[in-house]
Design a protein around this ligand. Structure first.
Ligand SMILES: [Ca+2]
Ligand SMILES: [Ca+2]
Length: 110
């Protein structure tokens, strides 16, 4: 399973390029540009599982830091600040990681 099985390759490239500059990442804009917002819950689940590289069932900080590379391998890593912003926005129960439900609501709110 790869991202292009779920999302349009051109949309992924467009979304990745939009956040090329350091400190420019906005998850709302990203989920919108990459086409995730209009996908079914099943597809959002698939994307979550691709990003969950260690298959823990959660996105931990290192996985969030590399979220862009999860979509397109040559992308930059998020900065500590961008990563923290993403975690703060998504981690509603404060356990330090993003669950699948938290991820789905981030996408829905994008
Ligand atoms: Ca994980
Ligand atoms: Ca959480």
């Amino acid at each position: 399973m790869s991202m292009t099985d779920v999302l349009n390759a051109a949309d992924i490239t467009k979304a990745a390029e939009a956040f090329h500059d350091p400190e420019s990442f906005c998850h709302k804009k990203f989920f919108h540009l990459v086409g995730l917002k209009k996908k079914s819950p099943a597809d959002v689940n698939k994307v979550f599982h691709i990003l969950d590289k260690d298959r823990s069932g959660f996105l931990e900080k290192p996985e969030v830091q590399l979220i862009l590379t999860g979509f397109q391998p040559n992308c930059r890593a998020l900065s500590d600040k961008e990563t923290k912003h993403f975690m703060d926005a998504g981690d509603k129960d404060g356990d330090g990681k993003i669950s699948i439900e938290e991820f789905a609501s981030m996408v829905a709110e994008s």
